[in-house]
Design a protein. Structure first.
Length: 108
């Protein structure tokens, strides 16, 4: 996998946000964790369209923060959700969960 964080974009965001930056990161992590619950539920219910929607939303917020690895994995999941076997989607969710933790550690 490539970079965990787009440091150039993230550094710009840190400068713009100033003292509010930690709250932004925390809000992103809270949202991301909620989306992971939604993704797992959608997978359990075999709701491919919902997997796509959740992945798309997480992709957007991750792009805004510079969470590159999460963005790439969300893009891949969004495409795979169309017809990939469900077990492979479960494996992708696990990779995404790990990437979120790495990004959170780097951003925090």
């Amino acid at each position: 996998m490539g970079r965990i964080i787009d440091t150039e974009l993230n550094n710009e965001l840190r400068q713009v946000m100033g003292a509010d930056y930690p709250r932004l990161v925390q809000a992103w992590m809270d949202d991301a964790r909620g989306r992971m619950v939604g993704l797992r539920t959608a997978l359990d219910q075999q709701r491919r369209a919902l997997i796509q929607q959740q992945a798309h939303a997480l992709k957007g917020s991750s792009a805004n923060l510079g969470a590159s690895e999460v963005l790439v994995l969300c893009s891949e999941l969004e495409v795979a959700a169309v017809e990939a076997p469900l077990p492979s989607l479960a494996a992708r969710l696990e990779l995404l969960s790990q990437a979120l933790e790495r990004a959170g550690a780097e951003l925090g």
